[in-house]
Design a protein around this ligand. Structure first.
Ligand code: 3HC
Length: 284
């Protein structure tokens, strides 16, 4: 299908990054960005404007390209406005019940041939697909934060995902100048299956007094050439998101090695969610 108009559900960190890359792609997609409240859309658009401005300052795009990318984004609060989209990416909160409601609704709204992709970081694509009348058209399209910078898109096939859905999604990722990597459906896929236990273990090291967050991060930055240490990265991703993903892996894989670190649980209970709340392993 010739994809011209892309719907995005959720204007948070991931949703606004995804809207950014579609709107500024050479193919010039029209983007319908949907969230439940106007203030979330306003905040998402302010972030997109700031990040496009950063790209202008670095000479990656021109001021005209920034202006036309912004013009291509239509912010909406009614989900029905996604009905005329040719491809939809869901990037809502990482909770199964929330995504389930959205997928059922998108299935009613969108034309039957439209692919419904989820940017979920760990929830089963097979399960989301089974809620719709088009499981063969449901797929995972997992972007990485910051979306305008990170090259990877993990493309996840659910059990029922059709080969054509996979190739359409893969081609779309290439049009965004991203590198798609094919992965089968399993809790945490590949990225978070491997990353989250690393972050969780770094939290245990802090909890047990093995080292301070600063020391753990220095070890990874200087010893393993990671751009950010694991605790800085956990704060960047959001500690609530890290906990949700650990729980999906604990439930889905059943191995005690996926037990979330008690310090992580305590910090989320305290509302210390990392960078977005002003406090996590560090203060912002
Ligand atoms: N939008 C556009 N451009 C941005 C940007 C944004 N939001 N954030 C940074 N940039 C650009 C900068 O302008 C700069 O461009 P340049 O290379 O042309 O100079 C470049 O990215 C590097 O940024 P900075 O110089 O400001 O800062 P750093 O060199 O410290 O890099 C970083 C910042 C890219 C965030 C780097 O620290 C990094 O790669 N960190 C690791 C991020 C990571 O692991 N992300 C994955 C998280 S896991 C995930 O998302 C999956 C989910 O399911 C949990």
């Amino acid at each position: 299908m010739d994809i011209k108009r892309v719907g995005i559900v959720g204007a948070g960190t991931m949703g606004n990054g995804i809207a950014h890359v579609f709107a500024r792609a050479r193919s010039g997609y029209s983007v319908v960005l949907c969230d439940v409240e106007q203030r979330f859309l306003d905040r998402g658009l302010a972030t997109i404007t700031k990040n496009l401005e950063r790209e202008v300052a670095k000479g990656k795009i021109t001021a005209e390209e920034k202006a036309s990318a912004l013009k291509r984004i239509e912010p909406v609060t009614e989900r029905a406005r996604l009905a005329n989209c040719d491809f939809i990416v869901e990037a809502a909160t990482e909770k199964f019940e929330i995504k389930a409601e959205i997928f059922r609704d998108l299935d009613r709204l969108a034309r039957p041939e439209v692919v419904l992709a989820s940017n979920t970081s760990s929830i089963s694509i097979t399960k989301l697909g089974a809620l719709t009348r088009r499981p063969e058209k449901v797929i995972g399209m997992h972007f990485f934060n910051p979306v305008p910078v990170m090259k990877l898109v993990e493309v996840i096939r659910g059990l029922a995902t059709a080969p054509e859905t996979f190739s359409e999604t893969r081609n779309l990722a290439l049009k965004l100048e991203k590198t798609p990597v094919e992965v089968n459906d399993a809790p945490g896929f590949v990225s978070n299956r491997v990353l989250m236990p690393l972050l969780n273990e770094a939290m245990y090291a802090v909890m047990e007094g093995v080292a301070t967050p600063e020391a753990v991060d220095e070890v990874f930055k200087l010893g393993m050439a990671h751009p950010m240490g694991p605790l800085t990265l956990a704060d960047f991703i959001g500690l609530d998101v890290c906990l949700d993903i650990m729980r999906v892996m604990q439930d889905g894989l059943g191995d005690p090695k996926y037990r979330p670190c008690p310090l992580l649980i305590k910090m989320v209970d305290a509302g210390w969610l990392g960078r977005k709340s002003g406090r996590g392993f560090y203060k912002y």
